[in-house]
Design a protein around this ligand. Structure first.
Ligand code: TRP
Length: 331
């Protein structure tokens, strides 16, 4: 059994790509490992959200993850800012994080280009805060995508450097958590190979989308005039619609439209109608649970309190031990 930590940025609604990607992994991990999943709200302050948006987005991700089956009885689910030990470890780790290495970080270099008038110190030390998140629980596994590889490398650097400076073997090295089986990759409705909301809101189907919104988006999905010869190779946009169908519809449905494609009889309007109905059916239980949880203040309060308590127990122990190692001794 490994200790697993992952942070979830509160950046709005989850879509099917998130569900079939990170979320399904989390659901599996919580059964098998000692997991901490937290809403990374301190991290989100680098972009200066309004208090209203900040709270709304934190609640939204929390509710949606719970609606998808993240289980507070199995995993420790908490809000980062409820665990102030995070900030103490962050401060302590900052002393051993060098300007040069932080400035060389790819995500920092990108950020100073995209938010030129807000190049704050939080952006520079973002990887230190991430390291604090993970080292706080002395975790060994971090389920993140390729884009976080460099941040993971930096966590290992900070962990090893701490151990070396104080001549201890305190922090284990955290590594990326990769599942053996290939992830189901969900394409976008706009011809892109990966469902993403940052490029184009209409390319993603959100778990909280109303049926009418799903129908509208699916019917607008990119297609073409159809195949001219039997068994033609599918262009990307068409391949995407079929891939979505294979994730959301029954095998019979998929085979039916595939056969129509291969015999040049396909009518994309019909296929998209079917896909929209299947997407509605697939997301229905999530949508219902999301709206239920959204108004269940008492339950959310309980979940968040319980998570904070469990996380602080683990974090408190680490920070006490780290203070001792550093030389903050009690009189
Ligand atoms: N930076 C991560 C992201 O952009 C979120 C995150 C913050 C995180 N702290 C973490 C992920 C700790 C894993 C572990 O998605």
């Amino acid at each position: 059994m490994e200790t697993v930590v992952s942070g979830i940025r509160p950046t709005g609604n989850l879509h099917l790509g998130n569900y079939f990607g990170a979320l399904k992994n989390f659901l599996k991990m919580q059964q098998e490992h000692h997991c901490f999943f937290f809403v990374a709200d301190y991290h989100s302050l680098t972009t200066h959200p309004t208090p209203f948006d900040l709270h709304k987005n934190i609640k939204q991700v929390l509710v949606e993850y719970l609606a998808c089956g993240l289980d507070p009885e199995k995993a420790t689910i908490y809000i980062q800012s409820d665990v102030p030990e995070t900030t103490e470890l962050y401060l302590l780790l900052n002393m051993n994080a060098y300007m040069g290495e932080l400035e060389r970080c790819t995500s920092f270099k990108e950020k100073i280009k995209t938010q030129q008038n807000n190049v704050n110190a939080g952006l520079l030390t973002y990887p230190v805060l991430m390291a604090a998140d993970v080292l706080l629980h002395r975790a060994t596994k971090v389920p993140v995508g390729k884009d976080q590889e460099q941040h993971l490398e930096m966590m290992r650097t900070f962990a090893n450097r701490f151990n070396r400076i104080y001549n201890v073997e305190y922090f284990p090295e955290p590594h990326a958590f990769n599942f053996g089986e290939a992830l189901v990759k969900i394409p976008g409705l706009d011809g892109s190979t990966k469902m993403s909301k940052s490029e184009n809101e209409n390319s993603a189907i959100f778990l909280a989308d109303e049926p009418a919104a799903i129908r509208k988006k699916v019917m607008r999905a990119l297609t073409d005039e159809g195949p001219k010869t039997p068994n033609e190779k599918k262009p990307q946009a068409i391949e995407n619609i079929f891939n979505l169908m294979s994730a959301l519809s029954s095998k019979e449905t998929y085979d039916h439209f595939n056969e129509l494609y291969n015999t040049c009889q396909i009518r994309y309007g019909d296929m998209k109608k079917q896909l929209a109905e299947d997407a509605i059916k697939f997301t229905e239980p999530f949508r219902a649970r999301i709206s239920e949880l959204m108004s269940d203040k008492e339950y959310l309060h309980k979940v968040v309190r319980m998570g904070a308590e469990k996380a602080r127990e683990s974090a408190g122990k680490t920070v006490r031990e780290v203070r001792e190692i550093i030389g903050f001794k009690s009189f």
